[in-house]
Design a protein around this ligand. Structure first.
Ligand code: CP3
Length: 353
């Protein structure tokens, strides 16, 4: 007997509807970092495997990506991976240290370091594209698969600092003191980001998110001069494939206009900026995504209901005034000690409010 699978079609997906100015069949929601340590089944399956090793195991990537969709009934799955996966695949010596984040063996500081940065061949991320193939077989037809990449600035900050940073001092020093070197590095990282996103789109993801998580450390003028040209090139290269693009950063209230102008279909908003205010700042030209403070999920059901009611009202107000759509999400990732049931209840509430 031949099993005819329901073909996945973007027109059946609430997330894609909201991203492209159509009315969704239900209010779409997913959570950044929905796959991860908040889930007991994730902690169990990751117990004896390293983070990076897991990202290159297609069956494991598929399983971990599916876990939050099964448990919470979210409207999207985000590919389980990391922004440093394409760097690792290209041959950069780095690790993801639990509780810390990406750590680079030899930080990039000189012209010779930039010249030595390897290029990403699409075959090097074959495990990621294989995982996408498995996911397309398993995901329900209405659930979107989101691929992603780190934006050039956020990747550069890890490569230059050597790991996470509070001040981004080496990054900003290179930007201001050695602009030619800076732009050479950003150009190479834009190439890498484009290659990684193209591979995911060719493999069949329904939408992509560009994570410029740490861009909020910059002034608008620094962002425009040193970051926007490179992110613009990434977004322009991706546009031709017709999958909705989401652009996200933390603490970027002052950058929402600039981050929208680089070219996107959806702008991510954190909890510091009310959604209706954010929508106005971007001229109601693109859909909005956000923006529950992740700590609210630790504050009990009453606080979650109160905050979600407010956020949904602000999103509805923006849509009534002409914004193409609202995708409910957090303002940043799920905190690891969040109770998984609190997330399930939040999704239920969003689908019924
Ligand atoms: O569910 C999802 O959102 C998909 C998975 C995902 C991960 N990383 C898995 C991960 C995504 C989208 C990312 C992107 C990522 N990685 C970003 C951009 C998003 C953001 O949070 O702003 C950044 C800045 C990174 C770099 C990074 N990797 C950090 C800061 C950390 C956390 C360090 C820690 O242990 O707290 C990582 C590791 C990482 N990436 C984990 C997960 C689930 C934790 C590792 C583990 O579970 O052992």
């Amino acid at each position: 007997m031949t099993i005819v699978r329901a073909r996945r079609s973007a027109s059946d997906m609430p997330l894609i509807a909201a991203a492209t100015g159509r009315v969704p069949a239900r209010r779409p929601v997913w959570f950044m970092r929905q796959a991860g340590r908040s889930l007991p089944e994730y902690r169990a399956i990751r117990a004896d495997r390293g983070m990076l090793e897991s990202c290159f195991d297609p069956e494991l990537v598929c399983e971990i990506t599916m876990q939050p969709v099964r448990r919470h009934d979210t409207d999207a799955a985000i590919l389980f991976s990391d922004i440093v996966v394409p760097l690792k695949a290209a041959g950069v010596d780095l690790d993801i240290v639990p509780g810390t984040g990406p750590v680079i063996a030899s930080p990039i500081r000189t012209a010779a370091d930039v010249a030595a940065l390897p290029r990403l061949e699409p075959e090097a991320v074959g495990a990621v594209t294989a995982a996408i193939g498995l996911l397309l077989e398993e995901l329900p037809p209405t659930v979107s698969l989101i691929g992603f990449a780190g934006a050039p600035f956020t990747l550069a900050s890890y490569l230059i600092e050597g790991g996470p940073s509070r001040t981004y001092e080496h990054t900003k020093a290179m930007m201001l003191a050695e602009p030619d070197l800076w732009h050479a590095l950003m150009g190479r990282l834009a190439d890498l980001t484009i290659a990684f996103l193209r591979a995911q789109i060719a493999a069949g993801v329904d939408a992509v998110q560009l994570f410029d998580s740490w861009a909020g450390t910059l002034s608008e003028s620094a962002y425009e001069a040193f970051v926007a040209p490179h992110s613009t090139r990434v977004m322009a290269e991706i546009e031709q494939f017709g999958v909705p693009r989401i652009h996200f950063g933390v603490g970027t209230g002052e950058l929402l206009g600039a981050m929208t102008r680089v070219g996107t279909d959806v702008i991510g908003v954190d909890w510091r900026t009310p959604l209706d205010v954010a929508a106005e700042r971007v001229g109601r030209s693109v859909a909005i995504q956000g923006n529950l403070d992740p700590t609210v999920l630790l504050a009990g059901p009453e606080a979650v209901r109160r905050e979600l009611t407010r956020i949904i009202a602000e999103g509805d107000r923006a849509v009534a005034a002409g914004t193409p759509g609202h995708i409910v999400n957090l303002g940043h990732g799920v905190l690891p000690n969040t109770d998984a049931d609190a997330i399930t209840h939040a999704v239920e509430l969003i689908h019924t409010l």
